[in-house]
Unconditional design. Structure first.
Length: 523
């Protein structure tokens, strides 16, 4: 390692260590550990949206998409823009519910059985996500350095640091790591552009790569308006059902902070992540031998950026999985009246355990494991239908929720393997899942016993009570999982409908313009 590379690495590791020690003093309760005390502003929510473990399309493991599909990987982050207006509208539901996990919401709305099933799927998905982050990180590291020993030590260091971060500061440390990852990514872009001789030279190399006669092979020609719409809706359901969603949207000071932070994070994900990948392509990564790509300093900056991105994604997933294990398994079935100190010990232990299971899945990476990951991801997306239905339809019940997930899975099994590829294309998947899932959800809910009036009244009161007006919940004796910061926003309290519909219109317009421009230049 050269002196500049050693200095950059040492500074980064020292910064992470000092930050972890400092933030560990602020963690006093499970709410501090799993939700950061619900004290984040819009900037930190944007950083969590950009670098957190909420989806495979994030910059943490987006290089894997590019290594397989090159320009086709661009769409994995652009589709977030199509889902943004819908997420903008449901942020108040997630924040006002005052839950620590999505399983907390499902337990109150559908009962313990469906919540436990969701927790099991969510934990499995997060463990496999950690495994895929680690696998792609050490694969790219070996590609960039050509040294297997560097790959091994990189993974060991990532796992040790991730375990230390989750054991100390929880979500606070992970959020700070996400912010550092963003800064290092910007530095990596500058280093790569400098190595390529500036922006103009990089742009010239991209023009050769984006030759129109190669667009079919690069995945652009198959992108149609129908494909974008169906994929955006699928992405929306995947976001809502993802087990990390509470750690992102529901940890802000209020509803408006969550909306703005998430919107900014999605824009950065769509624009910034693609810019990062395009610069890597221009530098020859994935299409050239590593010895011809880098000078030593730029290599260290890029590897350190990927290292920090991986660390942020791993810690975020570990904390979300730990919340499900601690809140919805341990407390639900083993210690219903566990003290905060006991919950913290179990939560930290669970986070470390999840990381090591993720490492095990990375070491056992195979085609069969990838198929398991894909199956779990599809089941998670299918759970988005009952999750959304519970917010907007009071008649929805547990039987209908199970039916909404079981019906598409049953049809998959009955129709056979030959039909599955067509169904898994975005339009086919959306039509198949929504047709079967919605019918099963509605029929299952209508022809079985409705939820209790007390359950619906309690749930409705939570959603109608803005942040900052928790006194109403105290007066009525409404149970709350975790309140946290109670800094309400004037616009959300006085003009909630205007904020919702105006913001949805602006974000939809932004998404249409962005995607329209990309389609125009691609054609």
């Amino acid at each position: 390692m050269t002196a500049p590379g050693f200095a950059i690495t040492a500074i980064a590791l020292l910064g992470i260590t000092c930050s972890t020690i400092y933030l560990s003093r602020k963690v006093k309760t499970p709410g501090d550990y799993f939700a950061g005390g619900r004290s984040f502003g819009w900037f930190f929510i944007a950083m969590n949206t950009l670098c957190g473990g909420i989806a495979l399309e994030g910059p943490t493991i987006m290089p894997g998409s590019f290594s397989a599909y090159l320009v086709g990987g661009l769409w994995s982050s652009l589709l977030w823009l199509g889902a943004l207006p819908f997420v903008w509208m449901i942020v108040p539901c997630l924040r006002r519910g005052r839950y620590l996990t999505s399983a907390d919401y499902l337990r109150q709305r559908y009962g313990s059985s469906f919540a436990t099933a969701y927790a099991a799927v969510g934990i499995t998905l997060l463990v496999l996500t950690i495994g895929s982050i680690l696998y792609i990180t050490f694969t790219i590291t070996e590609f960039l350095t050509g040294n297997a020993a560097v790959k091994t030590w990189t993974i060991i260091l990532i796992v040790i640091l991730a375990a230390a971060c989750v054991a100390a500061g929880g979500l606070l440390t992970s959020t700070l790591t996400n912010s550092a990852a963003t800064i290092l990514t910007v530095l990596a872009i500058v280093a790569l552009l400098s190595h390529q001789g500036g922006f103009s030279n990089a742009a010239e190399k991209l023009r050769d790569l984006f030759n129109p006669k190669h667009l079919d092979a690069l995945g652009v020609a198959s992108v149609t308006p129908e494909w974008i719409l169906a994929s955006s809706v699928t992405t929306f359901f995947g976001i809502v059902a993802h087990p990390c969603i509470m750690q992102i949207i529901a940890t802000g000071k209020n509803e408006f902070t969550g909306r703005v932070g998430f919107a900014l994070g999605v824009v950065l994900k769509a624009a910034g992540a693609n810019w990062w990948m395009l610069v890597m392509l221009a530098a020859g990564i994935f299409i050239s031998k590593p010895q011809t790509v880098f000078t030593s300093l730029s290599a260290y900056v890029v590897i350190l950026s990927l290292f920090t991105l991986a660390l942020s994604g791993i810690t975020f997933c570990a904390i979300a999985a730990s919340a499900l294990l601690t809140q919805n398994i341990f407390k639900e079935f083993l210690r219903p009246f566990a003290a905060d100190s006991q919950m913290l010990i179990v939560g930290k232990t669970a986070s470390i355990t999840v990381i090591f299971f993720g490492l095990l899945s990375a070491m056992l990476a195979s085609t069969s494991l990838l198929q398991v990951f894909r199956a779990v991801l599809i089941i998670s997306i299918m759970m988005g239908l009952p999750i959304l239905g519970g917010f907007f339809w009071s008649r929805a019940n547990a039987f209908g929720a199970f039916a909404a997930v079981a019906a598409p899975l049953t049809l998959f099994a009955v129709l056979g393997r030959s039909f599955i590829p067509e169904m898994l294309s975005p339009p086919g998947f959306m039509g198949f899942v929504f047709a079967s899932g919605t019918i099963a959800f509605v029929i299952g809910s209508l022809f079985t016993a409705p939820p209790s009036k007390e359950c619906i009244d309690t749930f409705s009161l939570l959603l109608k009570t803005p942040v900052g007006m928790e006194g109403n919940l105290v007066e009525t004796g409404t149970p709350v999982v975790y309140t946290g910061t109670t800094d309400g926003h004037l616009w959300e309290n006085k003009y909630p409908c205007r904020v919702t519909w105006t913001g949805a219109f602006i974000t939809a317009l932004l998404g249409v313009c962005f995607l329209g421009c990309v389609l125009f230049f691609a054609r």
